[in-house]
Structure formats: C-alpha cells, structure tokens
Design a protein. Structure first.
Length: 254
C-alpha cells in the first residue's frame, strides 16, 4: 500500500477541492472513488476530509467567493516562509503569504510565472495525505502549461526538481522528479486551448473503464475517454460542479 508518514521537501503531499456545492461533490467522489468523508467546522465554514479506509486522501470545502470550482495541489516544504520568498524572487506571484492552519501546519499559495496556481505545505501535526497511489487516492499531479521552458526553470530553482523529457517531438511530455522519485508530470498547453496554465490532479482507479462509465451516471462529464500511455491508461473528467480531474489505471510507485 502507498501509505505515508512523511514527505521529503518538494514532494506533492495533498490535494484539495474548492467547490460550489460540497454536498454534491462529496456524493460524487464518494460514489466514484470509494471515499468516506468527515466534516469538521472551521472558523469560516466546514472542511471535509476524504478517506480511503483509515487514511486521509484529499480535502474539500465549499467556496463562497464565486470563483469556479477547482482542485489545488500542495507541495510539502521545510520552510513555507523561505520558499515563498524564493518563489517571488523567481517570478512567482504570491497570492497568499504563509500563514498557520491551526496546529496542522503552515501554508501559502503561489501562482507560477506561467499562471498555474499551487500551494505550499509546511507540516506540523498533519503531513497531508497518508495514502497515495492506491485506488481512490492521489496518483499524479500534472502541470499543463503555456510555457514549459519557463516552468522548468522556475520549478528546478524552487524545489530542486529534475525534469526529464519522456514524450515525443509531436507530443512533448516531461517527468518531474524529486530526487529519484517521480513526483509529477508536465505537458504543453496549446495556445488555441484558450485556457490558463494549471495543475491537474490524477486519482488511481482499479478499473478505469468502470470508473469512466460511472462518471455520467453520477452527473459528471467525461472530457477525454480512456487513452493508453506508456505506464497505463488515463481519462479526463469533470465533476458535476465543474472541477476537472483525471483518472489513472496502471503502474504506480508505491
């Protein structure tokens, strides 16, 4: 099993959904991914913890700012304040400077120089997900960016990632490595797509065809049907509230 008790600095450690309908989102992902959910009051609303068995795999909350629903990817860091400072020096926009999340940890939110938003997490009582790669849990975080060259330079300098080309000239793709471990992926976002750079969250599915068939039954939308890649198969979908995510079936590094 892909259970975790710590994350090396620079590793993706958590994903979180900001949604327009927390009840609807809980029902959708619980039925699709086998989650059980626990609600906890916060000072401003309710935070929902999603679990697979006893392990935390993701979080979600209902947003009230009118912004569209979406998934946020978190990277574990040793020092959120120092990382924010370095990110700004490298051309990032600091959307939320580092702040404490009760006793759980310290976080910040950045927009990289190509426009993609991600969060930093300095763990204290909570490391983030205690299970990854297993069915229903996070499998991969993928940067889809309008400028791979700028993005590569930024993330190499900020997190020390090694970035390796794994695609072809016609379909460029890069693996993002933290040390020797595959930590994410990156692909070019064509200008004609008309979308901003973003991080896409992948969840593991034990049976991709069954999961894809279930998406419309649960009022979600299949954006890209199952597609074979070197390590398995993937599909892109959108939940009923409009947040995009991906599903992966294949080899995972537990």
């Amino acid at each position: 099993m892909g259970e975790r008790t710590t994350y090396p600095s620079g590793t993706f450690c958590w994903v979180e959904l900001a949604t327009s309908d927390s009840g609807g989102a809980k029902a959708f992902y619980s039925a699709l991914l086998g989650w059980e959910t626990d609600d906890a009051p916060t000072g401003t609303g309710t935070y929902t913890m999603a679990r697979v068995g006893p392990n935390a795999v993701a979080g979600l909350y209902e947003r009230t700012d009118g912004a569209p629903p979406g998934w946020m990817s978190y990277v574990s860091v040793d020092d959120a304040d120092a990382t924010v400072k370095r990110a700004a020096e490298l051309g990032a926009t600091v959307l939320y400077p580092a702040f404490d999340v009760m006793e759980a940890g310290r976080m910040a939110v950045l927009q990289d120089p190509t426009g993609a938003v991600l969060a930093l997490w300095q763990p204290r009582a909570t490391i983030g997900a205690t299970l990854v790669n297993d069915p229903g849990a996070l499998a991969l975080n993928q940067l889809t960016t309008t400028d791979p060259e700028v993005a590569q330079r930024f993330y190499r300098e900020l997190f020390g990632w090694t970035i390796k080309s794994t695609g072809t000239e016609d379909q460029p793709y890069w693996g993002l490595y933290n040390g020797d471990s595959l930590n994410g992926g990156m692909m070019l976002l064509p200008a004609e797509a008309g979308a901003p750079s973003h991080w896409l969250v992948y969840f593991t599915a034990s049976d991709l065809d069954a999961a894809v068939a279930r998406v419309p039954e649960l009022n979600g939308t299949v954006l890209t049907p199952p597609l074979s890649i070197e390590s398995g198969r993937i599909a892109l979908a959108m939940d009923p509230q409009g947040a995009a995510f991906a599903l992966f079936e294949g080899d995972v590094d537990l």
